[in-house]
Design a protein around this ligand. Structure first.
Ligand SMILES: [Zn+2]
Length: 246
């Protein structure tokens, strides 16, 4: 039984909020993202893009589900990048909360808890509508099935800025995001037992650089057990093998 009061922050939740705050308020990283074509209305060739109705100053931290901390296995699901149009439509409404997180006095636990709840509820709802979660063949949901719902996992994207799918700058931006805000910062904060990475093979080099893998799909990253699979090309047998291993 978890005896922690339901409206108080746990130590893990405090560390996650700290990580999110540092990410959102990192001005240098913001500049680097924009230079590479992320979180801006300019594509990689500096073409003006249609507005995504998103605040270009914000970065997206992902979330920790309400049931993550107490789960039998703490799973951090890792996707590639937030797509601007989808993000605006499904999660744009939490932008004021992300802005508030940077400004609020961290000692104000009531406020910090409310902020965490808004981010978590927003992401949990939005994630279920996103392909990486709901794809019938190789979405996270397919692998986690009934064992873990969106509320039982933590989620983050390799790139913490949003992009437009037709841009070709994803690799560069993912690389820049990981260089400044490595996933290991997050794993230190929320101590997952398993990282489940879903991304295109061409991005795996960036996702896994410096890591020694036991084989193609199973290995470890930042000292944490890790399974990676291809967002586009993974075959059903591999997905099934991964599902059974969890
Ligand atoms: Zn970035």
């Amino acid at each position: 039984m978890n005896s922690h009061p339901p409206n108080k922050l746990t130590a893990l939740e405090k560390r996650w909020l700290q990580y999110a705050r540092a990410l959102i308020s990192d001005v240098d990283h913001k500049r680097e993202c924009e230079r590479l074509g992320g979180a801006s209305e300019l594509g990689p060739k500096r073409q003006r893009r249609p507005s995504q109705n998103l605040d270009i100053n914000l970065r997206w931290p992902g979330y920790i589900g309400a049931g993550y901390e107490a789960a039998t296995k703490r799973i951090l699901c890792i996707g590639q990048v937030h797509f601007g149009k989808m993000l605006a439509a499904t999660l744009g409404h939490i932008e004021p909360t992300l802005c508030e997180l940077v400004k609020v006095d961290a000692a104000n636990e009531v406020k910090m808890f409310a902020i965490l709840q808004t981010i978590r509820a927003g992401y949990q709802r939005a994630l279920k509508t996103w392909g990486p979660w709901s794809n019938r063949n190789n979405g996270f949901q397919k692998i986690l099935q009934q064992k873990y719902g969106a509320e039982h996992i933590a989620y983050v994207n390799l790139a913490r800025c949003w992009q437009t799918p037709t841009d070709t700058s994803m690799k560069a931006v993912i690389k820049a995001c990981l260089a400044t805000h490595p996933i290991s910062d997050l794993t230190k904060a929320i101590k997952p037992d398993l990282l489940l990475i879903r991304c295109g093979m061409s991005y795996l080099d960036y996702a896994t650089s410096g890591i020694v893998w036991a084989n193609t799909h199973f290995g470890n990253w930042a000292g944490v057990e890790c399974i990676r699979f291809d967002a586009k090309r993974e075959d059903p047998a591999t997905i099934e093998a991964i599902r059974k291993s969890i």
